[in-house]
Design a protein around this ligand. Structure first.
Ligand SMILES: N[C@@H](CCC(=O)N[C@@H](CS)C(=O)NCC(=O)O)C(=O)O
Length: 267
């Protein structure tokens, strides 16, 4: 039996749940509420010393790191493979996941916290907020989190983080020029890994970046991915409408400012 420690809205949790769903694997769910700081609970830290979700436990072994968890699942449960067949396409899949891990994922944290849960966190008692920030083990991540919670989209880290996310969209648009999915003719690990990041922009009221006139192939890929049963099971069912509405409501008033930041990056 597979146990998954995860959080409904976390991108890394979404991408592992996408792979579980695509492969038809059941799991026992253990939700770790990131907003209340449950990732810092000593019992959880004993499982995941990085204070992050997801953590997967299978056959008594503990697996960390969402990209590696997804590769593990694809190898351990080889039916319905998600890694492409050819060596060249496998390299392409790993280029995508490396880009996410190195650049896009930290950027998404910055963009999300500058817009989405920021107001809610600002309403927490200062000592709760501070102790959750102080508990982030990586000093760089801790510094970024404090800065975006304090300054929102005006934080000095925001523009570069947004640019990293837009670069992901542009790369995807290009990759989809001559293939149906990001690494070929089948939905694969790269598609499962990227959908949460595209969705996040949508949830933060940045739909104009995903529109059919701006990025037609990405827009079509996004629609097709949302129609997959795995999306319903792994993402939609874990995303209460009222939370999405709240995220959009936080993002919407900032859109004009975001547009100006994007225009500045292009100009
Ligand atoms: N490289 C890790 C990153 C995991 C990560 O950053 N998870 C986020 C949620 S997507 C988290 O748990 N953050 C804890 C926090 O916000 O304090 C992975 O891919 O598993």
């Amino acid at each position: 039996m597979i146990d998954l420690y995860h959080f409904g809205f976390s991108t890394c949790s979404q991408k592992v749940r996408m792979v579980l769903a695509e492969k038809g694997l059941d799991f026992t769910s253990h939700e770790i509420d990131l907003l209340s700081g449950a990732q810092h609970d000593p019992a959880y830290v004993a499982l995941n010393p990085n204070h992050v979700v997801p953590t997967l436990v299978d056959g008594g072994r503990v697996f960390l790191e969402s990209t590696l968890i997804n590769e593990y699942l694809d190898e351990a449960y080889p039916e319905r493979p998600l890694m492409p067949e050819s060596a060249a396409d496998r390299h392409a899949a790993r280029m995508w996941t490396k880009l996410l891990d190195q650049r896009v994922h930290p950027a998404t944290g910055t963009v999300t916290f500058a817009l989405g849960p920021r107001n809610m966190i600002l309403q927490q008692p200062k000592e709760v907020r501070e102790s959750n920030i102080e508990a982030i083990p990586d000093p760089e991540a801790r510094k970024r989190r404090r800065s975006v919670i304090e300054h929102g989209v005006d934080a000095p880290e925001f523009a570069a983080a947004l640019a990293a996310m837009v670069e992901l969209l542009d790369r995807a648009e290009k990759a989809l020029a001559d293939q149906t999915w990001l690494t070929g003719s089948n939905f694969g690990l790269a598609d499962a890994a990227i959908i949460p990041y595209v969705l996040r922009l949508d949830h933060l009221a940045m739909q104009p970046l995903l529109g059919p006139t701006v990025r037609p192939r990405l827009s079509d890929w996004y629609q097709r991915t949302q129609l997959r049963p795995s999306f319903q099971l792994a993402i939609a069912e874990w995303a209460p409408a009222e939370v999405i509405d709240l995220m959009r409501a936080q993002g919407e008033p900032e859109w004009p400012k975001i547009e100006r930041i994007l225009a500045g990056a292009e100009g």
